[in-house]
Design a protein around this ligand. Structure first.
Ligand code: AMP
Ligand code: MG
Length: 408
């Protein structure tokens, strides 16, 4: 049995960054940038009005409070600015291009309209007022986003504003799911027989993997059939980047995966890590090239295995940086078994005066999904202590693989 950090290191050492491919910006949300994004244009692309009002040149006389001016015409958003506008005063709309020579916009509220063509300033006006300068938001050639960044709605907005039609992203990791367990019923329309349960792990994994930007290329239930395992794993090994199984990796007589992998000539990276839940986890490299991660069958062991092994692995394949944990203080003391790294279902909340407080939830057992619903985070208690006082600072990650309501 090896420590979590060592097990993760062995797994990440096998992670090759996936190739880049082109993607339309319109389809890019959730994809990961393969290259840093540099601005091919500046934003705003031209000097323009920040408010509806009147455009002036401050170099001209009479921008004092009470001065009167004749309005030469209107400048609308989307219209080319007149070339010889300097010296005149123009009514201007927010976003309209500022003609050369004009350098100040006085909003309607600060102007008294005397007639259709004449206005009076209520206050003095100054150069640069209410003007958005070209490039003041995003400079040309500046790095807009780093390689490894997930394209989210905000980045999608900037891509659109820059007029970027296609971008280079990482190919989606291809993940094949294998569920073991003779007790599983996959079809929700079938009634349960004695001793049977509805399969739930693959549904969780599929939803999480999709949210992470992976492609689930297969989702197969194998029963407890070692031959079916060998056949399916062999079939998927050259199509998938990762074959991810649940169940059949611990000590029972039906736990055939370790021996099955050995018989297939897979190279074992580790089997059993000093963690709770999920201790029997296994990782291997299949002969045909794909990585194999075998998670134990209990639903919370699956969730922890996904969050603390598979997510770091997929992030590495996607060229994303490792996540930085949040820091929170324990709301109440807790005692745990020493020598294991514990991943605990927790609810983080903002304390009234300072940082985040972590409440560890009732029902930490690895079969309990009810408390997973209450959790918004995982709290990590490292191996070196068994007594954790209230107020102890601990690492935490958002519960869900894509960050959930946190932005990490
Ligand atoms: P195993 O790791 O195969 O010994 O399974 C451990 C526990 O997880 C058992 O109670 C199984 O019934 C349960 N389990 C295994 N696979 C699934 C699944 N796909 N969905 C729900 N529970 C499962
Ligand atoms: Mg089983």
């Amino acid at each position: 049995m090896i420590a979590y950090a060592q097990a993760l290191e062995l797994l990440l050492a096998e992670a090759a960054v996936l190739p880049a491919e082109w993607c339309r910006s319109a389809d890019a949300c959730g994809r990961i940038l393969a290259e840093p994004l540099r601005a091919s244009n500046m934003l705003p692309p031209f000097d323009n009005a920040a408010m509806d009002g009147y455009a002036f040149a401050t170099s001209s006389e009479g921008l004092a409070a009470g001065s009167e001016h004749r309005v030469a015409g209107q400048l609308a958003a989307g219209a080319p600015p007149p070339p010889d506008a300097a010296g005149d005063v123009w009514e201007i709309a927010t976003g309209a291009a500022l003609p050369a020579g004009l350098d100040c916009i006085v909003p309607f509220e600060r102007v008294e309209r005397l007639s259709a063509e004449r206005i009076r300033l209520r206050e003095a006006a100054f150069a640069g007022q209410n003007i958005r300068r070209a490039g003041s938001d995003i400079a040309i050639a500046g790095e807009v986003a780093a390689a490894g960044q997930r394209i989210d709605p905000a980045l999608r907005m900037v891509l659109a504003a820059l007029g970027v039609e296609r971008i280079s992203v990482r190919r989606k990791p291809r993940v094949a799911l294998l569920s073991t367990g003779a007790e599983l019923v996959v079809d929700a329309f079938l009634p349960l027989g004695p001793g049977q349960i509805y399969a739930s792990n693959a549904s969780y994994l599929e939803a999480s993997l999709r949210a992470l930007g992976a492609e689930v290329i297969a989702n197969v239930a194998l029963g407890d059939d070692a031959q079916a395992f060998a056949a399916q794993t062999g079939r998927l090994a050259d199509q998938a980047d990762l074959v991810l199984s649940t169940g059949a990796v611990s000590m029972g007589s039906r736990d055939f995966i370790p021996a099955g992998l050995q018989a297939m000539g897979a190279r074992l990276l580790f089997h059993k890590a000093a963690i709770r839940p999920g201790k029997p986890i296994l990782a291997a490299r299949l002969q045909e090239g794909a990585l194999f991660v075998g998670l134990p069958g209990n639903p919370i062991a699956v969730a922890v295995g996904l969050r603390y092994f598979v997510v770091p692995l997929l992030r590495a394949m996607l060229g994303m940086p490792a996540e930085t944990p949040l820091r929170a203080s324990l709301a109440a003391p807790i005692r745990v078994a020493k020598g294991l790294r514990h991943f605990l279902k927790a609810r983080l909340r903002q304390s009234s005066d300072s940082g985040l407080v972590a409440e560890l939830l009732e029902g930490q057992q690895s079969y309990r999904m009810g408390s997973l619903l209450q959790a918004n985070a995982w709290v990590v208690l490292p191996e070196d202590a068994d007594e954790w006082p209230a107020g102890a600072l601990v690492d935490a990650l958002p519960r869900d693989a894509d960050g959930g309501w946190f932005v990490v």
